[in-house]
Design a binder for this molecule. Sequence first.
Ligand SMILES: *Cc1c(COP(=O)(O)O)cnc(C)c1O
Length: 388
Amino acid sequence: MVAIPGPSVIPDRVLSAMHRAMPNIYQGELIDMSLSIFEDLPAIARTQSEAFVAVSNGHGAWQMALSNTLSRGDTVLVLESGVFAASWGRMAETSGLAARVLGGRDRLPVDPDAVEAALREDAAHAIKAILVVQVDTASSVLNDIAAIRRAIDAANHPALFMVDCIASLACDRFEMDEWGVDITVAGSQKGLMVPPGLGFVWASPKALAAYENADLKAGYWDWGPRRAKGAHYLRYCGTPPVQHVWALREALDMLQEEGLENVWWRHEVLAGAVRAAVAAWSEGTGIELVITDPDARSNAVTTIYTGDVDPDRLRGLAEAQAGLVLGVPLQGYDGQAFRIGHMGHLNPTMILGTLGSIEAVFVGMGVPLRRSGVAAAAAAIGPSITSP
Ligand SMILES: *Cc1c(COP(=O)(O)O)cnc(C)c1O
């Protein structure tokens, strides 16, 4: 089983939905299904705004967001909180933009007060967009998007507010409209339970207005022909990614059947089990959560410091002996940490199996655990088993 922060486990229903011969791509069932996807995507990001679909990974969605709303020489403010916002900022720079980075804080989320201060300093409004991730997949920090919006408003700054929800969509609560997000970016292979290959961008009316004057607009990424509502294939700027359309339809059906609120709640319960296990393992071992603030921990992914335990050996044994693929540490955590992805298609059996296998490897490696993480995880999940 993969317990990495994307690509995540693909449900059998989604895999089966993809196993079909090629259809007519100009009319009939595929087009109807694709149209229904465009209708249903706004609800997943809790917005009235329309979604654009790129045949790409998350990086493509980043590119689409930047190129349709900004112009050569514009400045973006990057709110660093680990690895991913900074990478998005570097993409901005290689795309003809200037990136100003607000440095992050170790093991903590973006500081909204620092955002407000940085924006107040920009009295001339050189900053045209603010880039942040809801969840940084390297550190597993959860940024407070609503609080950052309040900071932008307090500074009375007009920049577009762009949020990368690639790791967190359909895992951690996200309210695009209520929180005043102008652009939301996501990918198919994490909480959405679809293979890698689709990038999503939701664009608010303010973002669509910015499109009119953006000069970074470029061929494939251009929203114009995609919005024109001509031949359906133009929405994809070419042949629809047929198998992904079927997969996404099935995954959206699953999310709708469960209900987004329930999906978030399930993630909260299962992430709580992971955190309970780490707390039990931590006693006397140096194993601990990277993120220190309990309100800033993602329900999609958890990064764990391993103290004296070699995390690479842990991952190697878990994969070779238990068939469990754990997340590698990203930049800044080499040799010190590993990650558990708990996003998308996940139930108590899968998470208890994951934690039980990790615990077995700890025991095999001779780690002197004082308490069982599995017992703590079961105790954390227990009360939810009998709730509706
Ligand atoms: C996975 C991830 C990305 C990159 O997505 P790709 O599909 O690999 O391009 C970007 N941002 C965050 C927060 C992610 O978790």
